[in-house]
Design a protein around this ligand. Structure first.
Ligand code: ZN
Ligand code: ZN
Length: 206
């Protein structure tokens, strides 16, 4: 959580006025009684209303100074989590905070449902909810995506090259054929000329 906290505060510092305003509004919304601090009850009520299932002890971990309430800075961290941690564990249903495992087959083939496991569910051997056993961690997945993008780029380039070559070949062939055709037309014109000459000559003798 300490790492997430640092990143969240850095993001907040760099964020637009609009985002800052948004976080202030969120704080007011969660702080139902308006006493400028969020109690566990208020926090749970908000998560229930928004159907956000956070890992157990999330409130305690967010509450850095341990006073039993979340202040504005601690809500900034919460805001960052709900904005960026949108993957939930198929084992326990909680939002995944850190490293996680995902089924690579479902990730690449299913568009709507992905099968993920948080670290502790993965360790305890829970199922990701599909019939596959190809779980990879999120870093490996990212690397896989990079490779896929690279492969696709190479394939696209190869495809473009082939199309280019076919077009060149077609243009050349067409040119050859049209030259043949022009030659044939020239021959035909010559033949007609010869015929006309022959007719003229024939007329002279008639
Ligand atoms: Zn889990
Ligand atoms: Zn799967």
């Amino acid at each position: 959580m300490e790492q997430i906290r640092k990143v969240a505060l850095a993001y907040y510092k760099e964020s637009s006025d609009e985002t800052k305003e948004h976080v202030k509004k969120l704080f007011k919304k969660i702080d139902a009684d308006g006493n400028r601090k969020v109690s566990l009850d208020e926090f749970n009520e908000y998560c229930r209303r928004k159907s956000k299932k956070l890992p157990k002890h999330c409130f305690n971990e967010l509450d850095k100074n341990g006073d039993g309430f979340l202040d504005f800075e601690e809500i900034i961290v919460f805001f960052y989590i709900i904005q960026t941690r949108t993957i939930s564990c198929s084992g326990c249903g909680s939002l995944v905070m850190g490293m996680y495992f995902t089924c690579a087959i479902c990730f690449y083939t299913e568009t709507s449902v992905n099968h993920n496991l948080c670290c502790s569910c993965h360790q305890s051997g829970k199922s990701a909810g599909c019939e596959h056993s190809n779980l990879v961690d999120n870093y490996a997945l990212l690397q896989g995506i990079k490779t896929t993008v690279k492969t696709k780029k190479i394939a696209d380039k190869a495809g473009e090259f082939v199309v280019e070559k076919i077009e060149e070949w077609a243009a050349e062939t067409l040119q050859d054929k049209s030259e043949d055709l022009l030659d044939a037309v020239d021959d035909a014109i010559e033949a007609v000329d010869d015929l006309l000459d022959a007719l003229d000559n024939a007329c002279i003798f008639m």
